[in-house]
Design a protein around this ligand. Structure first.
Ligand code: NDP
Length: 447
C-alpha cells in the first residue's frame, strides 16, 4: 500500500475510534499528513504498526472531582489524565483547568506532547490532564479544595518515574502548591519530582515560570536569524496575558522588540507605545483580574472589547492563549499587514487553514510543538534538580533553555531539509519527534 493510503486509513480509524473529539482529530491529522516521506524511507514502521500504536493512548484515567464552594454548595467536576506514550520516559505534560476541557482536549494536548517532548531530546514521555473546572472568580479556599479533591483521585496514577504533571491554562504555581501539598499529605512522602512548576522556594526551578514564553521568543529569534533578520525594533503582537504571554512579552522587550498588543478572552489591549509589563503582571499575576483594567493606568492605550488581536498590523505574531485562536482569515490579515514571523507559545493556536496561509506566504512559522517546547524542557531540568536535591541559578537554567531552543530549531530545520521540505518547521518537528519515538518502539518490542 502507498504511504499516503496507509496514513489516510489510519486517520479514518482514529476518527472512528475517538468520536466527537475534533481537537484530537485535528492534531493527529496534522502529524499524519507529514509522515509519508518517513514511511517511504522506513517501511519497517508500517510493518510494526508504529503509527497505529502511536495514535492510541497507553492509558486514560477519568474521574469524579467533587468539592464544596464557600457557601457549602457541592459541585461535581470531571478530571482527566491521559498517559499517551512513555517510551522515552515518564509521562510528562501539564494540567489544564478550564470549562471547555473534555477528553478530546486532553488527548490532543497529550498527543502533541509526545512529539514535543521527544523533540527536546530529554528523557520524558508525553501526557496531559486537567478538568472542566472553571477557576475564574473562585476564592483562594475554593481553589485549594478543588485541587485537593482533584489530586486525591489522581495520586495513585502519578509519581516521579511514572507520570509527572505540571501547569497549563488555569494551573500555575499556586495550584501546583495545593496539589503538591495534598499529594505529600496522602503519600507521607516528600517526592519533589512528582510535579513540576513548583515555587522555587520548595523544589521548583528558577526560570521555569519564564521558560515557555522565553523559549518561544528564542525560537522566533532563531527563525529570523536564518533569514538574516533580528527581533530588534520589531513590532509584536502577543495574544493572551497568562503565564506564557507575559514571559514572551518580557523576553521580546529585553531583546529590543516592542510589544504593541496583548489580550484575554474578553478583549484586546492595543498600546502602540509599547505594553507596560509591570502593569500587566500586577493585573494578572497579583490581582488576578481582567486585562481591560490596563487602560485605567494608560489612557493612551485602547481596549477593544471582543476584538481580534490579529487585525493589528505587526512584524511578528506570538499566539500564546489557546488552540485555534488564529484562523485562516486572521492569517491572511497578518500576512497582508506585513507580518514576517509567527512563533506559537500556545498549543495548536493556528487552524490548518491558517498554517497553509503562512506556508504559502513563505513567512517564518514555528509550530507550538517546537516553539513552546522550552516549558516542558525546563520542567525536565526541574526534575533533574529534584533528583539531585540541588537547585541551579536563574542564569544557569536560562542558558540551558536557550541552548535547548537553539538545538530544537536547528534539528527541526535540518530534518525538514533532509526530507525535502526546507524551511517547513511543521514537517521538521513532526518527523524529528516521530522518529525518536518510533525508534524506541522498535527497540522495545510489541508493547
Ligand atoms: P494561562 O491560564 O496562564 O493563560 C491563558 C491565557 O490565554 C489567558 O490570558 C486567557 O484569558 C487566554 N485564554 C485561555 N483560553 C482562552 C480562550 N478560549 N479564548 C481566548 N483566550 C483564552 O495559561 P498559559 O499561559 O499557561 O497557557 C497558554 C497556552 O500555552 C496554552 O495553549 C497552553 O497549552 C500553552 N502552553 C503552556 C505551557 C506552560 O508552561 N504554561 C507550556 C507549553 C504550552 P482569560 O484569562 O480571559 O481566560
Amino acid at each position: 500500500m502507498e504511504a499516503e493510503t496507509i496514513t489516510s486509513k489510519i486517520f479514518e480509524d482514529v476518527i472512528h475510534r475517538n468520536p466527537g473529539e475534533s481537537d484530537f482529530h485535528q492534531a493527529v491529522k496534522e502529524v499524519l499528513e507529514t509522515l509519508d516521506p518517513v514511511l517511504k524511507k522506513h517501511p519497517e514502521y508500517v510493518d510494526y504498526k508504529i503509527i497505529e500504536r502511536i495514535c492510541e493512548p497507553e492509558r486514560q484515567v477519568i474521574f469524579r472531582v467533587p468539592w464544596q464552594d464557600d457557601q457549602g454548595k457541592i459541585h461535581v467536576n470531571r478530571g482527566f489524565r491521559v498517559g499517551f506514550n512513555s517510551l522515552l520516559g515518564p509521562y510528562k505534560g501539564g494540567l489544564r483547568f478550564h470549562p471547555s476541557v473534555y477528553l478530546g482536549t486532553i488527548k490532543f494536548l497529550a498527543f502533541e506532547q509526545v512529539f514535543k517532548n521527544a523533540i527536546t531530546g530529554m528523557p520524558i514521555g508525553g501526557g496531559k490532564g486537567g478538568s472542566d473546572f472553571d477557576p475564574k472568580g473562585r476564592s483562594e479556599n475554593e481553589i485549594m479544595r478543588f485541587c485537593q479533591s482533584f489530586i486525591t483521585e489522581l495520586y495513585p496514577y502519578i509519581g516521579g518515574n511514572i507520570d509527572v504533571p505540571a501547569g497549563d491554562i488555569g494551573v500555575g504555581a499556586r495550584e501546583i502548591g495545593y496539589l503538591f501539598g495534598q499529594y505529600k499529605r496522602i503519600t507521607h512522602s516528600y517526592e519533589s519530582g512528582v510535579l513540576t512548576g513548583k515555587n522555587p522556594k520548595w523544589g521548583g526551578s528558577l526560570a521555569r515560570k519564564e521558560a515557555t514564553g522565553y523559549g518561544c521568543v528564542f525560537f522566533a529569534d532563531e527563525m529570523l536569524k536564518v533569514r538574516g533578520k533580528a527581533l530588534e525594533g520589531k513590532n509584536c503582537l502577543v495574544s493572551g496575558s497568562g503565564n506564557v504571554a507575559i514571559y514572551a512579552m518580557e523576553k521580546l522587550t529585553a531583546l529590543g522588540a516592542r510589544v504593541i498588543a496583548c489580550s484575554d478572552s474578553n478583549g484586546v489591549i492595543y498600546h502602540p507605545q509599547g505594553i507596560q509589563l509591570d502593569t500587566v503582571k500586577e493585573i494578572k499575576e497579583v490581582k488576578r483580574q481582567r486585562i481591560h483594567l490596563y487602560t485605567h493606568e494608560y489612557k493612551e492605550a485602547q481596549y477593544i472589547e471582543g476584538g481580534n488581536i490579529w487585525d493589528i498590523p505587526c512584524d511578528i505574531a506570538l499566539p500564546c492563549a489557546t488552540q485555534n485562536e488564529l484562523d485562516e482569515n486572521s492569517a491572511r490579515k497578518l500576512v497582508a499587514n506585513g507580518c514576517i514571523a509567527v512563533s506559537e507559545g500556545a498549543n495548536m493556536p493556528t487552524t490548518p487553514g491558517g498554517v497553509k496561509v503562512f506556508h504559502e506566504a513563505e513567512i517564518a512559522y514555528g509550530p507550538g510543538k517546537a516553539a513552546n517546547a522550552g516549558g516542558v524542557a525546563t520542567s525536565a531540568l526541574e526534575m533533574q534538580q529534584n533528583a539531585s536535591r540541588d537547585s541551579w541559578s536563574f542564569d544557569t537554567v536560562e542558558q540551558r533553555l536557550h541552548s535547548i531552543m537553539r538545538n530544537i530549531h536547528q534539528e527541526c530545520f535540518e530534518t525538514a531539509a533532509e526530507y525535502g521540505y526546507s524551511n517547513n518547521y511543521v514537517v521538521g518537528a513532526n518527523i524529528l519527534g516521530f522518529r525518536r519515538v518510533a525508534e524506541a518502539m522498535l527497540a522495545f518490542g510489541i508493547i
